[in-house]
Design a protein around this ligand. Structure first.
Ligand SMILES: [Zn+2]
Ligand SMILES: [Zn+2]
Length: 142
């Protein structure tokens, strides 16, 4: 299977993408960083993302987040937390804490309901116009 030639999003170098997303050099660098992060987290089991970024040289928050999403720390039995994107409460998976997640779902449902109600109202407001008026007006002769 032939890969696609593309620019590495990390270093900008042209490389053959065989499904690895980034070039070989960056992949190797990333692997090294991931190992460092993993051992750092093992030494500091309750680290936040910020602790890791501050504690491991050269690591980016993006990488740590990806590792969390991929479940790297869960596999190691490490309890790592990062802030909920809405309220900042420490969470272990997803983007939001349970409370914010429920709130967001509620908001989405409300927004959908409002949109439907608005559409129904718009149709209802349009309907009486143009019916019943004309024939009467036209019939009047001065
Ligand atoms: Zn690269
Ligand atoms: Zn939250």
């Amino acid at each position: 299977m032939a890969g696609k030639l593309k620019n590495c999003p990390e270093c900008g170098k042209l490389f053959m993408d065989m499904g690895s997303r980034i070039c070989r050099d960056c992949l190797e660098k990333e692997d090294e960083l991931m190992l460092k992060v993993a051992s750092f987290v093992r030494d500091h089991p309750h680290s936040t993302i910020k602790d890791i970024v501050d504690g491991v040289e050269g690591v980016k928050e993006r990488l740590v987040r990806r590792m969390i999403k991929e479940g790297r720390f869960v596999q190691d039995g490490i309890d790592i937390s990062y802030p909920c994107e809405k309220c900042g409460k420490p969470i272990h998976r997803g983007r939001f804490c349970e409370k914010c997640d429920a709130e967001i779902k509620k908001d989405v449902m409300k927004a959908q309901k409002n949109a439907v109600e608005r559409a129904v109202k718009a149709v209802a407001e349009k309907r009486p116009m143009g019916t019943g008026f004309r024939s009467k007006d036209m019939g009047q002769k001065l």
